[in-house]
Design a protein around this ligand. Structure first.
Ligand code: IPE
Ligand code: IPE
Ligand code: MG
Length: 239
């Protein structure tokens, strides 16, 4: 694989992907949108392989947003079943590769029980793996996550003066997850769409026109090369 021109000492610790463009990929081929979601599975697992090759420790993928419930019921139903099947079919493979599977998002009544069950099984099976943590942002919204964190603090009786950045961070869905160094969004859209709003305050953003079902590890490597050309200042100055 083409890992040259990637500096192994500056691999992003955490990469987050907005897997977008499935519907347009299908439409271009005269297929129903759901075929695009199905084709996205291969892209996801190639990206996982690529991330493992690079030695990335955390990979987070946006699988279903809190706004995606607005889609036609058939598409929503398809996506729920698709994620359930994906977890059943792929969990052993992920486990063998040393990947820890996790989820970030709301476990509300709209997520079918069967899906929640598969999620819990995958988490339990892989929870001791440490090679890489693959987090599925599922029924995830960045604003919802911040609301949930603040609610938790208030419910615990945290006094106003104790509500600071550290406190909010401690009540996010996965406080041990480092902030993404790099966010990759496919399909030529230049927006965040409510993904990891708190966590990506200082992330480097890379956008590509590739539609998610066409995404492969080479595109991930290219995004990492772009990341390595960036100058991260975190609000400071170069000395
Ligand atoms: C991303 O692809 C997958 C999900 C949001 C679940 P889309 O379904 O958004 O594809 P486009 O953006 O309509 O092409
Ligand atoms: C973001 O993509 C959500 C996921 C990839 C799961 P969308 O397709 O839902 O975002 P918008 O509607 O283009 O902003
Ligand atoms: Mg989209």
């Amino acid at each position: 694989m083409d890992l040259d021109r990637i500096d192994p000492r500056r691999i992003p610790v955490h990469i987050a992907c907005v897997m977008d463009g499935n519907g347009r990929w299908a439409q271009k081929r005269g297929l129903p949108r759901t075929e695009g979601h199905a084709a996205g599975e291969e892209a996801l697992f190639d990206a996982v392989e690529g991330a493992l090759e690079l030695g990335v420790r955390w990979l987070t993928v946006y699988a279903f947003s809190t706004e995606n419930w607005k889609r036609p019921v058939d598409e929503v139903r398809y996506l729920m079943g698709f994620n359930e099947r994906l977890l059943t079919n792929r969990r052993d493979e992920l486990h063998q590769k040393g990947v820890r599977v996790r989820f970030a998002g709301r476990r509300d009544w709209r997520v079918p029980k069967r899906v929640l069950k598969r999620m819990d099984e995958a988490v339990e099976l892989t929870e001791r793996n440490r090679r890489m943590t693959l987090t599925f942002a599922f029924n995830y919204g960045g604003r919802a996550e911040i609301v949930d964190a603040v609610r938790a603090l208030v419910a615990e009786g945290t006094p106003a003066e104790r509500i600071d950045e550290k406190a909010i961070h401690s009540r996010l869905y996965h406080p041990d997850m480092p902030d993404p160094d790099l966010v990759v969004r496919t399909s030529g859209e230049f927006r965040i769409s409510n993904f990891l709003l708190w966590e990506l305050a200082y992330s480097e953003l890379v956008f590509t026109d590739v539609l998610w079902p066409d995404f492969r590890r080479e595109h991930l490597f290219e995004a990492v090369r772009e990341f390595q050309r960036r100058d991260r200042r975190f609000g400071g100055v170069e000395l």
